[in-house]
Design a protein around this ligand. Structure first.
Ligand code: NAI
Ligand code: MG
Length: 359
């Protein structure tokens, strides 16, 4: 009997409603080819749900998600809804309550896509950002006092725990062992002298357990410049929640478009389901026109299958993406004329037609 995976599907808002359904089509196609089953259940959560029901997800939403093998997600947020809610009431909630402490965000130049870095090639742009996903600057512990008075004040707290740093560090060194054997800790411990010096100390301790891995540290300001000037120095980057958030949009930009970046919010122990989503948001500025680039969403499906152990199916999706971009079949964000569905159809055609070759 073929294996069956139960997937919770959350389109979310904006372009999520266009790119998630095509991602699901790709998943179903590849599952037929590689002989496993995907059973999807849709949850219409997000800012649209909030406008109708006053909440991003129902109170038992997390409990519902726990019953699945994985979550396939688009993005949440709409211009008419308070923009502090998408993270607080959905994304951060799922990431923390399901202990998805690794945010895995690969950066890779696909053939046929021109990077804005004109001297850089596919060999130069190929690394992974691991963003600590459960603590750091984004724990949302703070206070605002008397905001409309002259003595108004606000404070945010950043939290770094030994457990939190050790687990992401081990993940980084283990990943580097399967890649180019280099870990760069992107930090700012020269100025955030409590949290990030502690962060550096713990990663340095973990590094000693992996003598086969070249370990370096780099400050975030230099790292930002290096993304542009010498991306080839990176293999596995480990960094904090906010710095990883910012750097991954820069990673998307050097790939050619934010629309290309895929990611996984991973609970490595498999105690809870992991969630797979593109790195970008709901892009309300382009939603509803069938022009969004679906590749980041589709790549996220490949990352999900890899996580579930369907390695060959994951590779097939990546090949389908590369085959499509290499032909110059590109959406508007990459100066092409293809629609969202054209790109998805091309990837699906590749998956179906390459079947006869490999079968
Ligand atoms: P965004 O990532 O949605 O868009 C930034 C720019 O990139 C826009 O010009 C957009 O058109 C473009 N872009 C993004 N994805 C694209 C794609 N697939 N194809 C072509 N172009 C694409 O970020 P923004 O504008 O800051 O946020 C919009 C909304 O998304 C906000 O409500 C925000 O809170 C939410 N958001 C949600 C996230 C999530 O659910 N994980 C993550 C980031 C933002
Ligand atoms: Mg972001």
């Amino acid at each position: 009997m073929s294996k069956m995976y139960k997937i919770a599907v959350v389109n979310g808002d904006g372009i999520g409603e266009e790119i998630v359904p095509v991602g699901v089509k790709v998943l179903k196609t590849v599952s037929q080819k590689f002989d496993f089953d995907i059973e999807t259940t849709d949850f219409s959560w997000g800012a649209g749900h909030y406008l109708k029901h006053g909440e991003f997800m129902p109170p038992d939403g997390i409990e519902k998600l726990k019953k699945f093998d994985a979550i396939y997600f688009g993005a949440v947020g709409l211009p008419e809804v308070d923009d502090t809610l998408p993270a607080k009431d959905y994304t951060f909630k799922v990431r923390t309550e399901l202990q998805q402490y690794v945010n895995y965000r690969p950066v890779k130049l696909f053939s046929g896509v021109k990077s804005p870095l004109r001297y850089k090639t596919e060999e130069d742009i190929d690394f992974v950002i691991l963003r600590e996903n459960n603590e750091g600057e984004f724990v949302q512990n703070g206070k605002i006092l008397y905001p409309d008075t002259p003595n108004g004040m606000a404070v945010d707290t950043s939290i770094v725990t030994r457990l939190g740093v050790e687990r992401i560090a081990h993940y980084a060194f283990k990943l580097a062992q399967k890649r180019k054997k280099r870990v760069t800790n992107v930090t700012k411990s020269n100025t955030l002298i409590y949290t990030l010096r502690f962060w550096d100390k713990i990663i340095g301790e973990v590094a000693k357990e992996y003598p086969d891995i070249e370990y370096t540290t780099m400050y975030i300001d230099n790292a930002s410049a290096s993304f542009v000037l010498k991306p080839e120095v990176f293999d596995v980057i480990v960094t904090t929640n906010m710095m990883g958030d910012i750097l991954s949009d820069l990673g998307g930009a050097i790939m050619g478009s934010l629309g290309l970046g895929g990611s996984g919010n991973i609970n490595p122990e498999g105690e809870f389901p992991s969630m797979f989503e593109p790195i970008h948001g709901s892009a309300p500025d382009i939603a509803g026109h069938n022009i969004a680039n679906p590749i980041g969403q589709i790549w996220s499906a490949a990352i999900m299958l890899e996580h579930l152990g369907e390695i060959n199916a994951a590779k097939d999706i990546i090949q389908g993406i590369e085959h499509t971009t290499a032909k110059g079949n590109l959406t508007k964000d990459l100066r092409g004329t293809a629609s969202t569905s054209d790109i998805a159809d091309s990837i699906i055609d590749y998956i179906i037609s390459s079947k006869s070759i490999t079968a």
